[in-house]
Design a protein around this ligand. Sequence first.
Ligand code: ADP
Ligand code: MG
Length: 690
Amino acid sequence: MPLAPDTPLQFVKGVGQGRAAALEAAGLTTVRDLLFFFPFRYEDRRHPTRIADLGRRIDTPVLLRGRVTSAHAGVTRFKRMRIFEAVLDDGTGSVKLIWFNQAYLAEQIQRGDRLSVYGAPRSSGYRALSIESPDWEKFEGDEDDEGAIVPIYSKVGNLQPKFVRRLVATALEALPQLSDPLSDDLRARLGVTDLPTAIRALHQPPELDDAFLRQRSPAHLRVILQEFFTLQLALRVRRVAEEVAKKSRTIRVDDELREEVRRILPFQLTGAQKRVLREIADDLQSDRPMYRLLQGDVGSGKTIVALIAAVLMIRNGHQVALLAPTEILVEQHYQRIRQLLDQSGIVLARATGSMVAGERRTLLAGLRTGYIQLVVGTHALLEERVTFQSLGLAIVDEQHRFGVEQRQKLFAKGELPDILVMTATPIPRSLALAIYGDLELSVIDELPPGRQRIKTVVRASHEVERVYDFIDSEIDAGAQTYIVYPIIEESEKTNLKPLSQGFASMQQRFPNRRVAMLHGRMKSDEKDAVMQRFKRGEIDILVATTVIEVGIDVPNASMMLIVDADRFGLSQLHQLRGRVGRGERKSYCVLVHDDTIAGEARDRLLAFERSRDGFDVAEQDLQIRGPGEFLGTRQSGAMRFRFGNIVRDYDLMEKARDLAIAVTAESLPRAEETARALLGMPVPEATERD
Ligand code: ADP
Ligand code: MG
């Protein structure tokens, strides 16, 4: 019976129960699974080396071919290990082959056999060479046709690599029956080869040429584009399916409204802010729900843009919700918005976790009846019991934490509310396309006028006394300071000791200063009280965790010291640094690292010292840490590509996205069908190293 992709591996010749179990434990149950079990490396064994020429190639693996002139099993004197030794002679010289604890080899390799072996020779005594545990194959027939490019697969239990290799080669017989999830038309538009051809080439490359090694061969392009297209199409299909319904509200922006907006604005918008605002206003006025990502560097002025969008919506008779990731930020947004909307008569409320029952009831009623027009709150606003009379716009101020699930919750609260997501940290465009492929993108790429560059310096911990002296003199001059400790994620379990120790030692070091502490596990009214005091200038030094990372705005704070700075990601450092340089004062950010950190870690900090633009920092960070780390674990699931690399293959991601948009626009049902077929493909295991 010919093999089919669905054939269970236990029915393949040579696979008994035991081997089938080992394969299954590695996630390989059918022939199809094997087809997608790609090698992670290749060895070119086509050109055997002459043993006489080995002299200078010691310790790098080579291919040798010769005849076994002696073979015997034995036991080592030291440690008494079972050993099998053979001598391989190719007519120009000989090497000893040694295997440990594989006594059965005595039955497989005998004097007179011809072998190809692959391994790294070592010198073992005067002019003698040996290879430990080489990979080997017997060959009969013509000595020249044995050479091949050998695929190297991840280990499968304790199965012999050679067995796995043969099994995959057998599985390739089923390739003609493998259906391609990409139609001829889609393949032509992506400019890629068919799937069976690509799979065969990945298992048995005809050549290890440059394109292949750089993962840009036609076979690689095919699988990378398929991975990216799968993601993009899935995002797009979902998006368009939601959009089919039209919004029932109509939004008008007339001269009177424009005039009101002008009165609210405390300053002139930058060109970039104006452009982005126009994009948003167009979306609000269109009959399709907005789903837009607003990107901008720290301090580029995203809030005011969002606020104006809110005013446009409210004046057209609908409610607006602003979601922020922390209570501190809720409070800050609330205060700032209250100031700006002071004269407007717009009814504003805030929702926090610490409201008492009566307050909560009032809030819920106000939202339900539509009395409250603008509410600022944490994600608690997404809870089911929160209902709106008419939610027109949701603004999400947030750092990579807003996912599909949250969006669906929001949709449940209004009639296709418009959604604006603001990222607190810039995301490289390549990543934005990957995670937010279904969002429209607006970028504020200009800072408000008069911003001064923050002086950033890297210091080792033995130099920190001088930094303290400098902090002292800055405080004398009227400045305030943040000192940040690396408790990256605060949770019940986190040990806050470094912070409280830091707090104690700062109190000691600065006995005449007002030192306070802030961290995420304080009660929210305590946090709030500390922030308010800091804002009013009643605290000189705020010793804090990264709770201050996002959005805090205290213009008089012009000095920041970050302890153990190497423990932060670059984007996070940038975000932290953005807390200073917000006022008139010359601002400083000092990154302190332990005296003992690795040179590499220090280089990373020095690169940061030189950078200023958040997009720049984000690109570097992404290169250094990879997308999974960059985004945190929650979103990285979407980034698990086997072949694709969103940094390296950015162009392919764009191509995949463009096609996904086009295809979905042509026919949603057909796009859905394709997406289903693509999503049904086995996901190749993550790359493994040997
Ligand atoms: P972010 O984009 O980091 O959220 P914010 O919206 O908090 O930035 O704005 C940073 C600071 O810049 C705020 O104090 C804000 O009032 C100010 N700002 C924003 N836009 C302008 C502008 N066009 N001109 C002057 N100041 C501005
Ligand atoms: Mg902000």
